[in-house]
Write a protein that binds this ligand. Structure first.
Ligand SMILES: Nc1ncnc2c1ncn2[C@@H]1O[C@H](COP(=O)(O)OP(=O)(O)OP(=O)(O)O)[C@@H](O)[C@H]1O
Ligand SMILES: [Mg+2]
Length: 142
């Protein structure tokens, strides 16, 4: 049997720090309207925000696709960008290639990907150097 699913896609523009965070805010509002538990929404919102900011900071553009079923909330962030040459290194707390400008804006602690891992039930990252990165995140509803 096929579960009913809500699916929505959000576009994210690289280097657009003015609009950065809008997609994850929209996702959070959508989940609130659906009446999902605040603790679950909080986890999804943190993961979505970190993945969106990484797309803004490092990629040219990205599409974030939200999918909500009775069982889980999944978000795929598929970007066109430089890719991640060493995923294990990128996952380490404190590792960051953020520029001085990004650090001045408060980014670059190297905590985004570890935060995503901590707040999700499943995290898969597929990356091709010179092409882009896809971050697939799942938070189970129950
Ligand atoms: N979508 C992406 N494309 C290319 N590189 C990425 C992407 N996401 C993460 N990275 C690389 O992985 C590193 C670690 O990412 P992470 O989100 O953990 O930290 P950060 O973005 O550097 O700092 P913070 O998230 O704490 O502001 C980044 O500095 C960058 O080198
Ligand atoms: Mg980050």
């Amino acid at each position: 049997m096929t579960e009913s699913a809500f699916v929505h896609a959000y576009e994210v523009a690289g280097a657009d720090f003015v609009n950065a965070g809008r997609a994850s805010t929209a996702i959070k509002e959508t989940l609130k309207h659906m009446g999902l538990a605040p603790a679950l929404i909080r986890r999804v919102a943190i993961a979505a925000y970190e993945a969106e900011m990484n797309a803004v900071m490092y990629a040219t553009r990205a599409t974030m696709t939200l999918r909500v079923t009775p069982a889980a909330v999944t978000i795929d962030v598929r970007d066109e960008g430089p890719g991640i040459p060493d995923l294990a290194l990128a996952m380490q707390e404190g590792y960051s290639t953020a520029t001085a400008e990004m650090r001045e804006m408060g980014f670059g602690a190297g905590m985004g990907l570890p935060n995503i891992r901590r707040n999700t039930d499943a995290l898969d990252i597929a990356s091709q150097v010179g092409r882009g990165t896809t971050v697939m995140m799942t938070v189970r509803v129950s």
